[in-house]
Design a protein around this ligand. Structure first.
Ligand SMILES: Cc1cc2nc3c(=O)[nH]c(=O)nc-3n(C[C@H](O)[C@H](O)[C@H](O)COP(=O)(O)O)c2cc1C
Length: 289
């Protein structure tokens, strides 16, 4: 694709289009236009500004209790047990709106959300994921039944594809393949987070922030969520790729199971601390945790 530039003065839109054409040969002019159309359409269904009263937030004094927002963040736990009760559409829509308002590089909103409540479809998708987790385990996990790999290859993969073939992931993968760890844990709804790869900067990061908003909003309604990245295996199914609208520029980033939790799984847990480097106003370097 070539974009004709009328003068030497390139508008940012033109520069964007040219960059996109270099970045991905396969992108067509219509794909870029489609994106603008999608964004315009999205703007029509906005949070009603008139209904949101502006409030001046107050910083807590030292020693004050955590506020509601902090508590939602601190107490949120991954929920892996849901009641089989449908969520009202308005609640799902409401949490998606919080996702849409997430900060993102260049306000590009390089995401798309797909909601699936169809339990048959969820079950079929889970079966595909379990099958693929089994195959993946056989190829990379020497300890998996009927493994097609050995320790040396597995270690080499772990060293080269550090984030993809990670010991934690390997363990989880084997659990999913053996049915010891569910996929969406019986959730009545799954929200798929797609990343629009035409986005500026690191669109995957933006999608993560949008998902964080969604999951925190859900917990603030008393719902439970679990991020489920094993959903990635759906990229290998032509059927589900079509159903979810995957294919350039949309890639499956992750998914979030959401529903009414069984029991009260939320609550604060022990977490390891991490070193934070801090240069104070006098230029002194300190370390806090
Ligand atoms: C991007 C991402 C992907 C995750 N994928 C899965 C998954 O596939 N299955 C699962 O049971 N949990 C998954 N989790 C949940 C994590 O295991 C969980 O967040 C972590 O153990 C911390 O526990 P907490 O969420 O209760 O604080 C995922 C979390 C994130 C952020």
């Amino acid at each position: 694709m070539s974009v004709k530039v009328a003068s030497d003065e390139k508008s940012s839109e033109e520069i964007f289009r040219n960059t996109i054409s270099i970045k991905a040969n396969s992108v067509s002019e219509s794909a870029v236009n489609k994106r603008s159309e999608e964004k315009t359409a999205a703007k029509k269904s906005t949070v009603k500004k008139a209904k949101i009263k502006r409030t001046k937030k107050k910083a807590p004094a030292q020693g004050d209790d955590f506020n509601d927002v902090e508590l939602t963040m601190l107490e949120r736990r991954s929920v892996r047990g849901f009641k089989p009760k449908k969520l009202p559409d308005y609640l799902i829509q409401r949490m998606l709106e919080t996702g849409r308002y997430a900060p993102c590089a260049g306000n590009n909103q390089s995401w798309r959300f797909v909601v699936v409540e169809d339990q048959e479809m969820i079950k079929e998708m889970e079966a595909h994921i379990v099958k693929m987790a089994g195959w993946a385990s056989r190829f990379i996990n020497p300890g998996f039944p009927k493994a097609l790999t050995n320790n040396f290859i597995s270690r080499t993969l772990m060293k080269t594809l550090t984030s993809l073939v990670h010991p934690t992931g390997l363990g989880g993968l084997a659990q999913v393949a053996k049915g010891d760890l569910g996929v969406w844990h019986g959730a009545p709804a799954v929200i798929f987070l797609l990343v629009d790869e035409r986005g500026v900067g690191d669109p995957h990061l933006d999608v993560g922030i949008a998902g964080t908003n969604i999951s925190l909003a859900a917990h603030s309604y008393g719902l439970g969520t679990c991020w489920v990245s094993f959903a990635m295996f759906l990229e290998t199914s032509p059927k589900f790729r079509k159903a979810l609208g995957l294919g350039y520029p949309y890639k499956l980033a992750t998914s979030i199971a959401v529903g009414y939790p069984k029991g009260i799984p939320d609550g604060v847990v022990e977490r390891e601390t991490h070193e934070v480097t801090w240069y104070d106003v006098d230029g002194n370097k300190k370390t806090v945790y």
